[in-house]
Ligand binder design. Structure first.
Ligand code: FES
Length: 318
């Protein structure tokens, strides 16, 4: 774990703060790529993940932006109460939302606080001279975090704002995608319904799945998934041959933990990717939002914190 100190707090909007975090001993922080996130351990012990919202500059600071969400599980409120000099801990940066090619043409689509991982992506693409455009949807310029930063950015001419309250309408996603000259990489982050709208529209227009990249911040479960039967099944560990019964009310990770086998977990809701495990035999019942449709169909990966099994037994690469 990294020991961090809050070095600077900037109020971005009424409900978004930007926190600059430095190492408690003043030393260098690990290098990371655009799209990376860190998992913070808050003073209360809660674990929360936040995208790093700018490329490393001096190598000595992380920057995150936190939306206060009254309905959330409590982490955002705690971060909004932090003061300069407060301490917290972080795991090393991880990245499940990498730019597949920083030199290639790209379309960045952000809504609300989903702008955070896309800013370092825009910085990276601008640095490499790539052809890209960042579309940022928000209610208004006052409620758009990083509005001033983006207006003043060296790539400001590549940013298009879509403000529903000021312009009277949402971004026309279909028109934006249809106007592109090619099926370039699309990176999207924001509320779940926005992400689904962008991805579904791109698929309808013929985008290959491999060019669609998304980062969800939380799981929005469908009623079908919530009411789907959570039958018992077994998991087998390939390394030892041990077999464990996963009871109805328990997840695979909980079952394994009860038997002394730990899989790294974080969100426990299927959106962060931390627990991703290879499946060697059996068919998973996917209940996450992390895997792409192609990855789900391949059935060789599972998020054991939330997903279950359609087979009597899953053999896991553990
Ligand atoms: S712990 Fe986040 S997807 Fe499993």
């Amino acid at each position: 774990m990294l020991d961090l100190i809050v070095n600077r707090i900037t109020k971005e909007t009424d409900n978004v703060v930007r926190l600059e975090l430095v190492k408690a001993d003043g030393g260098a922080l690990p290098i990371y790529q655009a799209g990376a996130h860190i998992e913070l351990q808050l003073p209360s012990g809660k674990l929360r993940q936040y995208s790093l919202c700018r490329l490393p500059t001096s190598g000595k600071e992380f920057e995150i932006a936190v939306l206060r969400e009254p309905s959330s599980r409590g982490g955002s409120d705690e971060l909004h109460r932090l003061k300069v000099g407060d301490t917290l801990q972080s795991k090393l940066p991880q990245n499940h939302f990498l730019l597949s090619n920083p030199q290639a043409s790209a379309l960045l689509m952000a809504a609300g606080i989903g702008i955070t991982p896309l800013i370092p992506m825009a910085q990276m693409l601008a640095k490499s001279g790539a052809d890209f455009k960042l579309h940022y949807s928000a209610k208004s310029s006052k409620q758009a975090a990083f509005y001033d930063t983006l207006k003043a950015a060296p790539f400001a001419d590549k940013v298009a704002f879509h403000f529903t309250q000021e312009q009277g309408q949402r971004a026309d996603i279909r028109a934006l995608l249809a106007a592109l000259p090619d099926k370039r990489d699309i990176y999207v982050c924001g509320p779940n319904d926005y992400i689904h709208e962008v991805l579904d529209t791109a698929r309808e227009l013929g985008w290959p799945e491999a060019r669609l990249h998304r980062e969800f911040f939380k799981v929005q479960r469908s009623p079908e998934i919530d009411s789907a039967p959570r039958e018992a099944f077994q998991v087998k560990l390939a390394s030892t041959g041990e077999v464990f019964d996963v009871e109805k009310g328990l997840s695979i990770t909980q079952t394994l933990e009860l038997n002394g086998i730990e899989i790294p977990i974080s969100c426990e809701e299927g959106w962060c990717g931390t627990c991703m495990t290879r499946v060697l035999e059996g068919i998973p019942d996917h209940r996450d939002t992390f895997l792409s449709d192609d990855e789900r169909r391949a059935n060789n990966l599972i998020m054991p914190c939330c997903s279950r099994s359609r087979s009597d037994c899953l053999v896991l690469d553990i």
